[in-house]
Write a protein that binds this ligand. Sequence first.
Ligand code: GAF
Length: 385
Amino acid sequence: MGKSNTLKERYQAQFGGEPDLMAKSPGRINLIGEHTDYNEGFVLPTAIDKAIYVAVAARDDDKIVLYAEDFSEYFESTVDTVSPSDKGWPNYILGVVDQLRKLNLVVKGFNLYVDGDVPLGAGLSSSAAVECATGFALNELFHFGLSRQEIAKIGQMAEHTFAGVKCGIMDQFASVLSKEDFVIKLDCRSLEYEHVPLLLGDYELVLFNTNVKHSLASSAYNDRRNSCEQGVAWLQEVYPEVLSLRDATLEMLEAVVKPKDEEVFTKCKYVVEENMRVELACEALKSGDIEEMGRQMFVAHDAISKDYEVSCAELDFLVEYMRNQPEAVGARMMGGGFGGCTINIVQKGHAERIAKQVAPAYKEAFGLELEPIFVAASGGSTLLG
Ligand code: GAF
């Protein structure tokens, strides 16, 4: 079905009647602060102008009937029997239903049509966007009265339980709470946040999609989280006040974690330093010092690649290329790692040319196309008219 049809028409084509309501929830970028969210640290994300769209309608029975446009596929369950599916895509919806039920909210049968333009597997959090669009739409459909923060947390738990990735809160939070032309400085412990104007002056953001997602992404993600938790457990033996790496200092890590395990130490050190970089980058952004903000991004990339070890050859290649471009002030890998996109701050008017310039070398090195993606900082989840 072509996208020239409206969302409502596309719903009708699959389900017959009209949807009761339609909603969208966007993908996200993150300027800096990677793998800090599950350590109760700081992040600087915002939603983008690419989203997941859902159209939903309540049913008279207890069936859940889903249709995913990207896969041209239906999936059926009943409300009482939702469980993780081998198919993958239904899990981001069913996981949300499961969480709602665990909160004792009465979910009834519904049809849900899902579509979107967030590139899949590009590290732009299409999965969080599906979770949030589902949570947002069902909250409206069944009048649960959940807050946006609660919807974000439900999405995060759905990811833990039905997708098996013990992610932090960043992606879901950005998807529901972003504001157009702002980034969110989020404290992932208290969930207090500040919308910071994304004023880049003569610069603009561009993403380079590596077009690769290495298979170890989710297992390595959980491994890193385990290393951080191990570091905290050791710290707590000496410093009981340390509840997460957010509370740790480099001195504490040197004294307690380093002698026990060099590898765990390096991972924890990365997180403590990345939190500091978020502060510095955010201050730089607020004061209009985009060069300094970009410098922090380059430093962050080195650290996530060499210390945290969640980058990959394709991402490193693209960031190194940008280091030698006078018009690029910052670049780094974005998101969980092992593929997806780099985020770059480039002087206006040069990104397209740089992308064209690097594409043949990238293809030669990896046999992959390079795709620039221009994004605008956009608002969070919303109902559609
Ligand atoms: C993924 C996760 F889903 C986020 O919670 C975050 O940890 C990110 O990787 C890394 O910063 O997108």
